[in-house]
Design a protein around this ligand. Structure first.
Ligand code: GLC
Length: 568
């Protein structure tokens, strides 16, 4: 591996071939990623905003008042920078920033109007550079969201494209004639095919009356799809990646990457799938060469950078090919486990499926329980703390790279968002509630009322309160991340099931002579493991009690609890 310029190696990043026997494994295999949704992480008092940001903000948001005595209630890049010590102290290795680019925010930043600038709502390019530099000093890698499937309607490319059929950028998007000429009332008739959009009820097509054609959007009408069949689009998007790689990002989480290639015939979805958004179905072979080019580009930069693809196809068998022959994605999200219920059998099946599909390709799995698009797992699993605590040891004990979503380490549930405060057309506000850093009323934010309501019981769930409580979620995550960091088996090791009682999953991870056993009890009854584990074991981490390193394992796994065990 080449040394990443500007990178101050942290503890886990040391890749000295003499001292690190795993120097041949890329850093992201042993890493834990932490997803930050910038709007919801931490705002900065307006009085601390730089003059450059204020000026840019006034230009972009002329009608918004800035309150010098408070904040604007939207998290920003300086806010993230201020919280870097929390992340370094938590023990994650890398952060993934959801979009902070210029955007009209119809999809809260996933509708990009300038891929190479920071929206003044979040800060400036200079503040981004400072964030990356300081994250690196803390030993944290930084990957950013890259949104290549679509732009905002407000992007200059689309503004030009829709100005005329002969516009310079017309073919950068996907246009189709009406099925029959519009009637005298201007009714364009049915759209070109039966694809449905995501987050809105209706076709994936919007009629552009002034140029007399439909344009395609797998998501909101505000998010027209780019035409990746056009080499100029490819070149322009490659330029975007280079722009950020030159600014020292460690890689990208690529949004809807399976959407890029499309069959130019745009065939109907099969009748039995109509109503499922086409974004969850698009799986065209043309995407693979596109990804191979992105991969070559990223690999051509020094320093082991990574592409994590969001392949939102709901079977692992469909996700696996996106790793290619080791020449496409380094990592791919695999969502079927996220949608699994809290049941041992369901999880066993998902884990087996993942190994069966990925192992033959030499592909390294990822695991994720929560993100900005889905109800938090604590909420999905019924709201109780026990399951969410056990789930932490499940997630961090699997073979693969785990992704933790900001606030998961505080055990947050989704906010209850009253209809008058709902803002997301996709109904995803609950999981995007602002992070409470301190006890109320403003929870460490510069504004008392951020853009979304606080999560439930924000007093007590806040990071400062949890800091002083040895039994808190925060201490559980911190302790398990530090045990994981010290365990080659947990970070990189092989996986083997051990026989277990019903409702319990028991597996072993091993690497270079080191062993850790993970036990997860999905049931509400204690489970006796004494017949299943031989020899003497000590508890490295227990989800149902504060850290008591070194305690001998007496053989019983508590109800709704998980353990990491190491040989005594
Ligand atoms: C991805 C993002 C989601 C966004 C969509 C459209 O699924 O995770 O938040 O709305 O793409 O860009």
């Amino acid at each position: 591996m080449t040394e990443h310029h500007g990178w101050t190696p942290g503890e886990t990043a040391a890749k000295d071939p003499h001292s690190d026997p795993d120097h041949d494994r890329p850093w992201w295999q042993g890493a834990v990623f932490y997803q930050i949704y910038p709007r919801s992480f931490q705002d900065t008092p307006v009085q601390e905003w730089s003059a450059e940001r204020r000026a840019a903000f006034r230009l972009s948001y002329p009608s918004r008042e800035l309150d010098d005595a408070g904040g604007d209630g939207v998290g920003d890049l300086d806010g993230i920078r201020r919280r870097l010590p929390h992340l370094a102290g938590l023990g994650v290795d890398a952060i993934w920033l959801s979009p902070f680019f210029r955007s009209p925010m119809a999809d809260f930043g996933y509708d990009v109007s300038d891929h190479c600038d920071v929206d003044p709502l979040f800060g400036t390019l200079g503040q981004f550079d400072r964030l990356v530099a300081e994250a690196h000093e803390h030993g944290l890698r930084v990957i950013i969201d890259f949104v290549p499937n679509h732009t905002s309607v407000a992007h200059p490319w689309f503004a030009d494209a829709r100005s005329s059929r002969h516009a310079r950028h017309r073919d950068w998007y996907i246009w189709r004639d009406p099925v029959r000429p519009p009637g005298p009332d201007g009714d364009p008739g049915p759209p070109p095919n039966n694809w449905t959009a995501t987050f809105v009820d209706g076709p994936a097509w919007t009629w552009d009356a002034s140029t007399g054609q439909w344009y395609l959007h797998l998501f909101l009408p505000d998010q027209p799809d780019l035409n990746w069949e056009n080499p100029e689009v490819i070149e322009a998007m490659h330029r975007v990646m280079r722009f950020w790689l030159d600014r020292d990002v460690d890689g990208f989480r690529v949004d809807v990457i399976h959407g890029l290639g499309k069959d130019p015939a745009l065939p109907d979805d099969p009748p039995e799938l109509v109503g499922i958004p086409h974004s969850a179905l698009n799986d065209d072979p043309r995407t693979h060469p596109i990804i191979r080019d992105l991969r070559r580009l990223v690999d051509s930069f020094p320093g082991d950078r990574v592409i994590v693809g969001e392949v939102f196809l709901l079977s692992t068998a469909l996700v696996a090919p996106y790793y290619g022959e080791g020449d496409e994605l380094h990592l791919a999200f695999n969502f079927p486990p996220l949608y699994a219920p809290w049941e041992a059998d369901a999880w066993r099946t998902r884990i087996d499926r993942t190994a069966a599909e990925l192992d033959p390709r030499g592909a390294w799995p990822t695991w994720v329980l929560s993100n900005h698009d889905n109800a938090r797992h604590r909420t999905r699993y019924g709201g109780g703390a026990d399951r969410a605590r056990a789930a932490a040891l499940l997630l961090l004990g699997l073979r693969g790279t785990p992704f933790v979503y900001a606030g998961e380490e505080l055990g947050l549930s989704d906010a209850v968002v009253p209809p008058q405060r709902a803002v997301d057309p996709g109904g995803r506000d609950g999981c995007r509630a602002p992070i409470p850093w301190e006890p109320g009323p403003s929870h460490g934010w510069a504004s008392d009322e951020p853009w979304l309501p606080w999560p439930p019981e924000a007093d007590g769930a806040d990071a400062a309160t949890q800091e002083d409580d040895p039994g808190s979620f925060l201490q559980l995550y911190r302790h398990s991340l530090s045990v994981r960091r010290g365990s080659p088996a947990l970070r990189l090791g092989a996986f083997r099931w051990l026989a277990s009682p019903p409702g319990v999953l028991l597996w072993e991870r091993t690497h270079r002579g080191e062993r850790t056993v993970v036990a997860v009890n999905f049931t509400d009854d204690p489970a006796d493991l004494s017949g299943h584990l031989h020899g003497d074991w000590r508890v490295a981490v227990a989800s149902d009690s504060p850290a008591r390193p070194g305690t001998r394992f007496a053989g019983t796994l508590g109800p709704v609890a998980a353990l990491w065990l190491q040989p005594a």
